[in-house]
Design a protein around this ligand. Sequence first.
Ligand SMILES: Cc1cc2nc3c(=O)[nH]c(=O)nc-3n(C[C@H](O)[C@H](O)[C@H](O)COP(=O)(O)OP(=O)(O)OC[C@H]3O[C@@H](n4cnc5c(N)ncnc54)[C@H](O)[C@@H]3O)c2cc1C
Length: 472
Amino acid sequence: MVTRRSLLSFALVSAAQLRTAAAQSSLKSSASDSSELTGKIFLRGDTEYEPLRQAATWNARKPNRFPTAIVLPENERDVIAAVKMAKSRGWQVTTRSGGHSFTGSHTRDNAVQINLARMKELSVDAEARVASVSPGWKCGPFNNVLREKHGLMFPVAHGFDVGLGGFVLCGGHGWNSAVLGLGCENLRGLDVVTADGELIHADEKQNSEFLWAARGAGPGFFGVAVRYYLDIHPQPTYVRLNQYVFPLDVADDAAAWVDSTRFPAFMEPVVAYVIGKDGKPVFAVIVVSFASSQDEANAASAIMSACPIANKAMVKTVDAPAIIPAKSEAEDAFIVPTGGRFTVDGAYSNASLAKMVSLLREEMASPPTPYCNFAIGRWKPIGKVKDMAYSISGQHYFSAMGVSYDPADDERCAAWLERMIKKMTPIATGAQMNDENMPVNKLPYLSQEVSARLEALRAKYDPDRRFASFLK
Ligand SMILES: Cc1cc2nc3c(=O)[nH]c(=O)nc-3n(C[C@H](O)[C@H](O)[C@H](O)COP(=O)(O)OP(=O)(O)OC[C@H]3O[C@@H](n4cnc5c(N)ncnc54)[C@H](O)[C@@H]3O)c2cc1C
C-alpha cells in the first residue's frame, strides 16, 4: 500500500538523488572544462566508483574509507588538474601507485584519490645508468625490462607486484640492497606536482628538500611524484637461491648459525617462520646471493655447505639459479598469497636473531591461521645517502603477516601481531615505513629530528595540508 509516509520518503530520496546527480554533473563538467578530466574522474555514486575503490587496494581487507572522487590520470597534466580541482574544492589529496600499502593508506575519506595506474612511461639510459619511470610501474615488470633488455637491475621489492611509487618513497628494502642501497637511496631525482598544482623537478641541486623528503617520508610526502629518476646497476652474473627448511625445534640452532656466520654483503640471509602444506610449522633459512664473479659464487656455496645443521634440513636447495623477483618464487618463498586478508607489522632491532626468535617462541606455537608467517632479515642500510628522511633502522628487520581468508579471523590475526610487536618493543629501534601500521604500532617510523624537519617543510610547501599525510 502506498502511504503518505512512503510517498514523502520517496520524494525526499528522489530530490536528494537529483541534487547528488546535479552536483556530480557540475563537478565533472567544471573539472573537465578546465582540466581534461572527463572520463578519468569517478565520484561516489558512479557505477565505476566502488570497483575502482576496491581494486586500488591489493590487500583483500579493503579500507572502510571512501574518497570523494577517484581520478585515473593519463599524464601529468591530468594530475595537475586533479590537484587544482581538489584545491578549489577544499579537498585533500592522496596518491596511489601500486596499491600495496597494507593499511590502504592511499584511500581516505574526504579526499581525491589520484591513482597513477594508467601512467606507465619508462625510458632507460643504460650508459648513464638511469631509468626515468612512472611510479605506477610494478617492481617485477620494471626489473624484467632492465634485466632482459639492458642486463641491469634496480634493488626492487621482494614482491613482484609492489608499486615503485610507494616502495621507493617509503624507503624500500630491495633485492641486493645491502650492496646497492635502499630503493630511496637510488632515487636520483623526481618530478613532482606540488600542492599548488605546479610541476617541478627535484634533485640534489634544485628543489632538493622535495628529494630529501621523497627518500623515506612515505605517506608524509607533500606532493604527487609523477616521475622517478632511478640509479640502475649491472645485473649480477650469478643470482642463486639457497634455502634450508628445518623443523621448528631446530629454530634456535638455525638462528644461531645465521648469527655466527659472516655472510658477505651480496648474500641476503632471511629466516622465516611459515606453516608447511602438511600443517606443521617450519623454520627456513633463505639466502639469495648476488655474486658478480665465479669466485664470489664459489664463496657463497662454501658458506651454505658449511652449515653445521644442514643434515637436519627437511628441504635443501643450494645454488639454484634464480630470477629475482619472479612472481611465483617471491610468493612461494615469502608466503604472500594474493587474495589473502593481510594485517602486517614489523620492527627493527639490533638484537641477535637468536634473541628475537626466543622472544617469539610462544607465538610460533599458536598462530591464528595456517597462513600466518614472519620473516627476519639483515637489512641494515649501507649509508649510500647520508641525509634523507629515511632515518630509522637496525641490524635486523622483523616483518610479520597475519593472513586469513575469512573476515572472522581478522581480529585474531591483528591480536597475534600486536602481541609480537609488544614482545619486540623492548629491543626495537623503531618501525618501518614500508610496512607501516601507524594506527596500531606506536614505535617511531622517523627520527625526532626528521619528523620535525618534515613538518616544517610541510608547513612551507603544503600549508593547507592538501596532502593527507600519515594514516594514524
Ligand atoms: C606482497 C608485498 C611484498 C612487499 N615486499 C616488500 C619488500 O620486499 N621490501 C619493502 O621495503 N617493502 C615491501 N612491501 C611493502 C611495500 O613496499 C609498501 O607497501 C609500498 O608502500 C607499496 O608501494 P605501492 O606503490 O604499491 O603502494 P601504494 O599503496 O600505492 O602507496 C603507498 C603510499 O605511498 C604514497 N605514494 C605512493 N605513490 C606515490 C606517489 N607517486 N606520489 C606521492 N605519494 C605516493 C601514498 O601515501 C600511498 O598511500 C611489500 C608489500 C607487499 C604487499
